[in-house]
Design a binder for this molecule. Structure first.
Ligand code: 3HC
Length: 297
């Protein structure tokens, strides 16, 4: 069960970070996207990140070139056929994911391990789109943004995952330079189970006038040593993503703490997605490095 060749599905923010991490760890890595344009966009992000590491001296120019040489891109599923593991980081849409897995199941060799980077969709629900033998080789590998920097990977086991495959996945997480934690296939796994109610509570606190955007962010940063306050983090993760995860968690657990507050829903409806759209809890359009808080309540 040696892993040599890694396939990554999707070259967006997470997929490109996962591909970069795998190639940096010495794995031959191939990334599949739907178009050359999206591939190029993802590879430009990888290049930028590698250059940051090179500028700091974390990697040498030779290592940067070797990482690049281990990375390739494709728009065809067929090129992933002989990968030892395929990590999927496509759009968070269950129909799209099931369709992709069913196709991949037909194409990939029987030994290929399937892993999903989903943050909130049930691994079991995706897994059932594949054949019974593949279902034993199906896990979750949930990385954190920015993937090349964040040390954690949640390794998710379903009730059908083979024990040896699971241990192999834990080992693979370590080979990637991450610290793996073991998590069951419960929506949100460990991190989002705790993070999402915290972020939603911060929005409720804002709605109730407990503090301003800046004061709540500053409190959590300076009072607890968090790298970002909840609103800066929400804008960083994406408010559309946060809303989507909260909806799935609320549907799964039917608990109020997972229910997205009205303000979050309205922000998403209004296109305030955070950094990616230029505005969220903060406005990044004038000076992205010094964003100004939005007037929302
Ligand atoms: N590639 C390479 N280097 C990077 C990088 C990248 N993509 N992103 C950041 N860095 C480096 C910077 O060069 C810098 O290096 P240095 O300290 O050696 O100079 C270092 O990381 C810190 O970056 P910055 O100075 O630009 O900014 P910060 O000090 O604010 O750090 C951060 C940025 C690492 C993102 C930090 O703010 C942080 O840890 N924030 C919290 C992130 C977080 O919580 N992520 C998880 C989100 S939840 C999630 O992903 C799960 C999903 O399911 C929702």
């Amino acid at each position: 069960m040696e892993i040599k060749r890694v396939g990554v599905l999707g070259c967006g923010l997470m997929g490109s970070g996962i591909a970069q991490t795998a190639a940096s760890a010495g794995f031959e890595t191939i990334v599949r996207e739907v178009s050359d344009e999206l591939l190029q966009k993802g590879f430009a992000g990888i290049e930028k990140s590698l250059s940051r590491f090179a500028e700091k001296g974390t990697i040498t120019a030779e290592q940067q070139k070797a990482i690049r040489d281990r990375l390739s891109g494709t728009t065809s599923f067929a090129d992933l056929a002989d990968c030892d593991i395929v990590i999927e980081a496509i759009i968070e849409n269950i129909e799209e994911k099931r369709k992709t897995y069913a196709e991949l199941d037909r194409i990939c060799k029987p030994e290929t391990i399937f892993a999903s980077n989903t943050s909130s969709i049930s691994i079991t629900e995706m897994m059932t789109a594949t054949s019974p033998s593949r279902q034993q080789r199906f896990i979750g590998l949930h990385f954190f943004n920015p993937v090349p920097i964040m040390k954690l990977v949640e390794v998710v086991k379903t009730i059908l995952t083979d024990d040896a495959i699971y241990e192999r996945a834990i080992e693979f997480g370590k080979q990637l330079g991450k610290v793996p934690v073991r998590a069951g296939d419960k929506t949100g796994f460990i991190v989002n189970r705790l993070l999402v109610p915290y972020m939603l509570d911060a929005i409720r606190a804002l709605e109730e006038g407990v503090g301003s955007i800046v004061d709540i962010d500053t409190s959590m940063k300076l009072g607890l040593g968090y790298p970002m306050g909840p609103f800066t983090l929400g804008d960083f993760v994406g408010l559309d993503t946060t809303y989507y995860i909260a909806e799935i968690m609320f549907n799964e657990f039917r608990e109020k703490r997972f229910a997205p507050p009205p303000l979050l829903k309205r922000m998403v409806l209004a296109g305030l997605y955070g950094r990616k759209s230029g505005r969220g809890f903060y406005d990044y359009t004038k000076d992205p490095k010094n964003p100004t808080p939005m007037k929302l309540v």
